[in-house]
Design a binder for this molecule. Sequence first.
Ligand SMILES: Cc1cc2nc3c(=O)[nH]c(=O)nc-3n(C[C@H](O)[C@H](O)[C@H](O)COP(=O)(O)OP(=O)(O)OC[C@H]3O[C@@H](n4cnc5c(N)ncnc54)[C@H](O)[C@@H]3O)c2cc1C
Length: 386
Amino acid sequence: MIEFNKSQKQIQKAVRSFAKGEFEKERVLELDRTGEYPSAIHAKAAELGFIGIHFPETYSGGGLGFVEQALVAEELCAADSSFGITLTMAGYGAECILRFGSDEQKEAFLPGVVEGRTHCGAAFTEPGNGYDITKLSAVAVMKNGNYVITGRKTGVVNGLNAGFYIVLCQTDLMAQPFTSGSSLFIVEADRKGLVIENAGERLSLNMMSTANIIFDQVEIPAANLIGEAGKGYDYVQKFLAESRLLAAAQALGVARGAYERAMFHIKNREQFNRPIGVFQAVRHKIADMAAQIAVARLVTYDSAQVFDNGAGDAATASIAKMVACKAAMAVTDEAVQLLGGYGYMREYEVEHFYRDAKMLEIRDGNQYLHKDIIADAEIGKLKAGK
Ligand SMILES: Cc1cc2nc3c(=O)[nH]c(=O)nc-3n(C[C@H](O)[C@H](O)[C@H](O)COP(=O)(O)OP(=O)(O)OC[C@H]3O[C@@H](n4cnc5c(N)ncnc54)[C@H](O)[C@@H]3O)c2cc1C
């Protein structure tokens, strides 16, 4: 069992109490319908240090590690899946600057995200290239000392309200392998030539915008290149490993939140003159859900600790994401079922936990991609005799 230290338990308690006070059920349902962003709650979460708890204090962060970031994500998502995922994705992609950017870039872009003044969007996926970002169409060419970007990106979270984007482009069309010719850039949202369009209606998470972005000869200074040219693909893979740990923690929270609501229902709903929780079929469902959550918790925090100790790798993150997202899909599905007809109704919440779990499963790679990553690592170990 994972043992949290005193300060980690205090964080857990503080996030729980924040969510209890701020996450009103009616407000979630309203924003899910209107697609409005929860700005006031975001501002309060940032003020309490929940947006960038894992960023250094120099950039207004909490100076803590990924375990603490996972605790925040789990608690927020258990309190409400939509609010929780939306808030913990506010800076999606900003870690690319934190891990690989220059001091000037960190000073210019990170405090705004952590303090809740702006959002970050990560533009990696293209209409023609989804999980496979080894063949990019978006290009950045050097012209008079600046980079000029041309291309299209899709599915960019925070796309409509971000202050800046982290954009993956090809800078060397002749590079072999092709991935060694891609680079990562910061593009401010007000740059000329940027066309940002709503990606359209979605299954869930309507309060968090998703955009398609056209880069029509967008000129940016060379200083907006993150790290070294030609390292973009590697940086994105490392970022995705970190982001997959976040997805695991979010999925754990979503599963727990749905489970807690189902538990309340089976204890209080009476059928055939007794609470439905006494029926063996229901009890067995609860046992399965509890076991799935326990496994998701172990693997998520174990991977977070490994990451904080500097030994995190792609396979560890993929295992955490795959296991926790499978748990979230299975547990939210059972929660809807256990609430019966009520589970299908918006008012009883579990239906939007169920819809939100699907987004976590798709984002940052689905289980097939993770199986490939895990198998590559395992078979590689076998070859190396480890
Ligand atoms: C809610 C949401 C938020 C997103 N946020 C962002 C974001 O902020 N930034 C960003 O850049 N992108 C984002 N995306 C895009 C997301 O990363 C892509 O949807 C994802 O990469 C999949 O790409 P695709 O949809 O083109 O699917 P494809 O790559 O075309 O895959 C479609 C399906 O084919 C199968 N498949 C593909 N490859 C394999 C394989 N190797 N083995 C087995 N089966 C395979 C799988 O079933 C897969 O689901 C987001 C997507 C969603 C839904």
